[in-house]
Design a binder for this molecule. Sequence first.
Ligand code: SF4
Ligand code: SF4
Length: 73
Amino acid sequence: MATSVKGRIEIDKERCKGCTFCIEFCPKKCISLSGELNLKGYFVAALDADNDCTGCGTCAVMCPEVAIEVQRG
Ligand code: SF4
Ligand code: SF4
């Protein structure tokens, strides 16, 4: 049976500025802007509940606010 790499990300809501870079660059298209505002007044990005995240790390590299932590496995 083939196994696929699973990953997940944690987004620090208070660092996020809603720039959408992570959303645009995620190869699996598994991040979206949520309807949740942080204390600075930005809508924050969130990992979709149903996602194919592989833990590739692209979103974390692209985030100018260093708001994303990636976990693999
Ligand atoms: S680690 Fe990769 S697959 Fe997972 S959310 Fe970030 S860019 Fe997308
Ligand atoms: S790239 Fe970073 S700051 Fe921009 S929306 Fe994603 S988590 Fe937020």
